[in-house]
Design a protein around this ligand. Structure first.
Ligand SMILES: NC(=O)c1ccc[n+]([C@@H]2O[C@H](COP(=O)([O-])OP(=O)(O)OC[C@H]3O[C@@H](n4cnc5c(N)ncnc54)[C@H](OP(=O)(O)O)[C@@H]3O)[C@@H](O)[C@H]2O)c1
Length: 270
């Protein structure tokens, strides 16, 4: 038996960081398709404007541009202000945007890469959540915060240690925020994925295929998908569906969980 889910988010408003591409764009689309109003964020204003126009053309909700670099604290405050001004109330924050420093070993990681990884991937999640939670408390909103994390956050070794440790920190942040916020009626959860089709994953595939006459980036992505237990890569709407579930009344008793949405990829590797 396989059940069929349908979520109704009409009248609800969300901020999704990093929502012009990849998983964030998929989350914004899923919320829009379910009737929500969404504030679109990324660093590139032209992409934000284009995403807002595309969602406007397709869906009934209200979509607002909230561009800004989430490693900049003033920009974070402006993003929240923009969403509150546009929607009056914000019911859901999805902390999705992240950067992937590419160092092979922590011995070669620079302090600048550390700052980027920690400020974009962790500090922004803490500060955005805090501002949105203060807004929720002031307006009696029983809202939701959902953090994106990665399977690298569960690992103790491997390349890209900065990316991995920033996701380990997001897992810890999720647990601790979840407890403190639950006492105030706000649910905090996280979604962990491992390989989902996105701008970043395509970039990785292009690097692997570069100089190999027998393989294209699409071939590399297909091979990655075949290596997952479920036999395919994740899609942005797989993560979008998980957001729809976690922020819904169907998950009203789910607090501080890290939902694995990775086709069984979470069961592989060290
Ligand atoms: N794709 C995967 O296989 C995978 C696996 C595990 C976990 N994840 C997690 O899923 C989330 C989304 O990843 P993705 O692969 O979809 O990424 P992506 O395709 O690279 O998209 C990243 C989005 O975030 C924006 N962004 C990047 N830095 C930002 C900043 N400092 N401030 C505001 N926006 C910023 C980008 O736009 P601009 O460049 O214009 O700012 C873009 O819209 C991340 O948390 C990532 O760690 C992804």
């Amino acid at each position: 038996m396989v059940g069929r889910a349908a979520f109704d988010y009409s009248g609800e408003s969300a901020i999704v960081t990093g929502s012009t591409k990849g998983i964030g764009r998929g989350i914004a689309e899923s919320l829009a398709a379910a009737g929500a109003d969404v504030a679109i964020n990324a660093r590139t204003p032209a992409d934000v404007k284009e995403t807002v126009a595309e969602l406007d053309a397709e869906y009934d909700g209200t979509f607002v541009a909230a561009p800004g670099d989430i490693s900049d604290l003033d920009a974070v405050e402006k993003i929240v202000e923009t969403a509150v001004d546009a929607f009056d109330q914000v019911d859901l924050l999805v902390n999705n945007a992240a950067v992937w420093p590419r160092e092979e070993s922590l011995l070669e990681a620079s302090l600048d890469e550390w700052e980027a990884a920690v400020n974009v991937n962790v500090r922004s999640q803490f500060y955005l959540s805090k501002l949105v939670a203060e807004h929720m408390l002031a307006n009696d909103i029983q809202g939701n915060v959902i953090n994106m994390t990665s399977q690298t956050g569960d690992r103790r070794s491997g390349p890209r240690g900065l990316y991995g440790l920033s996701n380990t920190a997001v897992n810890g942040l999720t647990w601790r925020m979840a407890y403190d916020y639950a006492l105030e009626g706000i649910r905090v959860n996280a979604i962990s994925t491992d390989a989902a089709r996105s701008y970043q994953l395509r970039y990785e595939a292009e690097q692997v295929a570069d100089g190999d006459p027998d393989r294209t980036a699409d071939d590399v992505l297909d091979e990655m998908g075949e290596q997952r237990p479920i036999g395919r890569l994740g899609r942005p709407d797989d993560i979008g569906n998980a957001v729809l579930y976690l922020a819904s009344d169907a998950a009203s008793y789910v607090v501080g969980t890290i939902l694995r949405v990775s086709g069984g990829g979470n069961l592989q590797g060290g």
